[in-house]
Design a protein. Sequence first.
Length: 295
Amino acid sequence: MTKPTIYALGFFDGVHLGHQALLLACRELAAKNNCNAGVITFTNHPDSLVSGDTPRLINTMEDRRLLLLTGGMDYVAELPFDEELMHTHWAAFLGGLVEQGAAGFVCGSDFRFGAGGVGTAKKLESFCKAREIPYAIVPQQKVDDIRVSSTYIRELITRGEMEKAAAFLGHPHLLSGEVIHGRGLGHTIGIPTANIALPENVVYPKLGVYACTATVEGKEYLAVTNVGTRPTVSGTHITVEPWLLNFEGDIYGKRLHLLFYKFLRPEQKFDSLEELQAEIQENALQTRKFFENYE
């Protein structure tokens, strides 16, 4: 017989330290009540309907799911945030989840839900007490007296402050995509890059070069990653191009996971491909040195 599930509620963009506190509380409450630990999240950001202003997200749904599952959750339930859900009364929302098998809930102290956003953590608490089902309310998390929030982390990523972003995320920033064919210029200078198909509606890191790790087909490599328009070769649109160090092979069509650790330099236009090649080789040395000292 399948065990019942206690669910953490939220959007979980970035799966940052605040979210991780919810996940931990959910796992502990689930273990105490002999339940599975799950997450209920939304496939699209509620603001896309509530305010009509969809923010660029830290992660795609696929990456969010990966982070939640590697964070120890047994299930991730993904609900489309549509007109019906937006106009559902908060108590009806929770009641519907209970009818579908939810055995308890965990949310943050600032969580708002239901039609008009009138559902609060206090109301969730009252709902659970009345039905004698387990619940937990998790306080906001802070780092250096700054509240951990997806909005703040998005700002850090767009400024290229990856080390500070990681301090609030609890992990390096994750960006994944399918490896696609590019112009092949990297091969001509001995620096074959893996072009990533950028997902829509995610935040782009500040244009420049980063020390990263890249995981593809279950293997991890150090990577020098350029995010930008490639002005030296007259590029016109933003691409993400990691150069996997000590890698040889064909990974076209494979999914590649990038973790951003450190901003190395801004993107710049060089006078020749030889100058570009020399600079990228220097960035490779910087990347290797960074990870030699990374703890």
